[in-house]
Design a protein around this ligand. Structure first.
Ligand SMILES: Nc1ncnc2c1ncn2[C@@H]1O[C@H](COP(=O)(O)OP(=O)(O)O)[C@@H](O)[C@H]1O
Ligand SMILES: [Mg+2]
Length: 241
């Protein structure tokens, strides 16, 4: 088991987005956490990445383990640098006034000296040729889909082996969604472990090996993607009947 979330509760002041959730991700898997707006998906990823929430102090109980060790005391930069876990955040958070290349370069701050970055730029530009065409353009001039690809590419430039993706399909035209999800599949086939957070349950379950359904801070269903796609309650609530 690579990543395990054990009875995780998160409170922001007197708001409690997570009420004791447990799930795990094995090495090499794509696992999806699906759920409606406000279910606690982003809260979960921020807790794993050890990032502070945007406002409000956070109180956590339960545990988050990576390779069997608790990571609750690990700093966000050590999550990236030592554990090779990277987050592609909801809303992308790219630096609009920087070029594509500059955004990618920023993500390499934590890399070891001597890392072969040329090879990695080549890899991400191969994966996302459109980013290569636009590499000297200011990022704010990219389309929504291209910005989403940049957010994923930037996470990859950290040298991560585990990728946390927060709603990568949000706001993308269908063609771009499918293109992005094909790239995610390719990444996984090359060895990347992926935890995918999505509101688009249909898309997510067609990519992932397994999934969990989060409803107002609780896991209410879990199984292989095929099981969840066939689950009548999941169908009714998340798959449009
Ligand atoms: N920084 C915060 N301070 C206070 N409440 C928050 C904060 N972030 C999220 N929440 C609340 O926690 C709940 C879950 O939010 P979130 O994890 O963003 O859900 P999701 O990503 O599934 O849409 C929501 O009710 C939201 O308003
Ligand atoms: Mg969210």
């Amino acid at each position: 088991m690579l990543l395990s979330i054990e009875n995780l509760c998160v409170k922001y002041g007197n708001i409690q987005p997570l009420h004791g959730i447990s799930f795990h991700v094995n090495e090499g898997e794509i696992v999806t956490l699906i759920g409606a707006n406000g279910a606690g998906k982003t809260t979960t990823l921020y807790a794993i990445a050890r990032l502070p929430p945007p406002e409000a102090p956070r109180v956590i109980s339960g545990d988050i383990k990576f390779q069997g060790q608790s990571i609750l005391a690990t700093t966000p930069s050590d999550i990236v640098r030592n554990l090779h876990i990277a987050l592609s955040p909801e809303g992308r958070h790219i630096f609009g006034n920087l070029t594509v290349l500059e955004n990618l370069k920023l993500a390499t701050y934590a890399r070891e000296k001597g890392a072969d970055l040329d090879k990695e730029y080549e890899y991400v530009f191969n994966l996302f040729p459109r980013l290569h065409e636009r590499r000297h353009q200011r990022s704010e001039s990219l389309s929504g889909g291209e910005q989403q690809m940049l957010a994923v590419a930037r996470a990859l430039m950290t040298g991560c082996k585990t990728l946390l993706l927060d709603e990568p399909s949000m706001g993308l035209a269908p063609v771009l969604k499918y293109e992005l999800f094909r790239k995610l599949k390719q990444l996984n086939e090359e060895g990347m472990t992926i935890l995918l957070i999505e509101q688009n349950a249909n898309l997510a379950l067609h990519l992932a090996h397994r999934g969990y359904v989060l409803d107002t801070g609780k896991i209410v269903a879990e199984g292989t993607s095929a099981e969840l796609l066939g689950n009548p309650e999941v169908k009714k609530a998340y798959l449009g009947g």
